[in-house]
Write a protein that binds this ligand. Structure first.
Ligand SMILES: Nc1ncnc2c1ncn2[C@@H]1O[C@H](COP(=O)(O)OP(=O)(O)OP(=O)(O)O)[C@@H](O)[C@H]1O
Length: 196
């Protein structure tokens, strides 16, 4: 059995007086991906925020990997006035990862040609790709990704599939929310559907 990269123990969370998740215990192992599904408002983002440590649960606890994790929220968190590569370098510097492989990361997302363009001039899908490039610039074992496929075209989906595949092969793990099927269709994928 590969090591656990994320575990929850009797985790409950809510918004206001609404319970969204009740006593969830799950384990995400290295080399696996969990597709978190559920209708609008079911609580996927709220759960991801608790897993990332950005929001407190009502009860229960979360065990995360040493060495940190990647969190990609709905927002791309790009500074509109910096170029694509400046944005990535700035983010790497915040992570203490100066000299990270930013050019290669942008190349993997098909953004080489656009790397000196101000982020504000990118299309929605190009901005999503620029945010995804962070996953490659700094290695982290655990990826928590909220709707990473939003705005990606067919070619972007293929690139995402390749990136996830490599990440799992290197004993990484990912928890991904998406309203569309994930481009990983084998025994490495499990699905959790929030019921509400
Ligand atoms: N800032 C907030 N204050 C109060 N309630 C909120 C807030 N943000 C979200 N909620 C509520 O919490 C519930 C869960 O929201 P959440 O964003 O986690 O759902 P989701 O499953 O990610 O939805 P979607 O598929 O639309 O992204 C929803 O009912 C929503 O109305």
């Amino acid at each position: 059995m590969t090591p656990a990269l994320l575990s929850t123990h009797d985790l409950s969370l809510g918004r206001g007086d609404r319970v969204l998740v009740s006593e969830l215990s799950l384990t995400l192992h290295a080399g696996s991906v969990l597709h978190l599904k559920g209708r609008n408002g079911a609580g996927k983002t709220s759960l991801l925020e608790v897993l990332a440590g950005l929001r407190a649960p009502v009860s229960g606890r979360v065990e995360r990997p040493e060495g940190g994790l990647h969190w990609l929220g709905h927002k791309n968190a790009l500074n509109p006035d910096l170029s694509v590569i400046e944005n990535l370098r700035f983010w790497c510097a915040l992570q203490g990862a100066e000299g990270a492989a930013t050019v290669q990361a942008l190349d993997r997302l098909g953004l080489s040609r656009l790397r000196h363009r101000p982020a504000r001039t990118l299309s929605a899908g190009q901005k999503r790709r620029a945010a995804l490039a962070r996953l490659l610039a700094v290695p982290r074992k655990l990826w928590l990704l909220d709707e990473p496929l939003s705005a990606l075209d067919a070619e972007g989906l293929l690139r995402f599939a390749e990136i996830i595949d490599e990440h799992l092969a290197k004993n990484g793990a990912a928890l991904v929310t998406s309203h569309q099927p994930l481009p990983v269709i084998d025994e490495r994928l499990t699905v959790l559907e929030l019921a509400r």
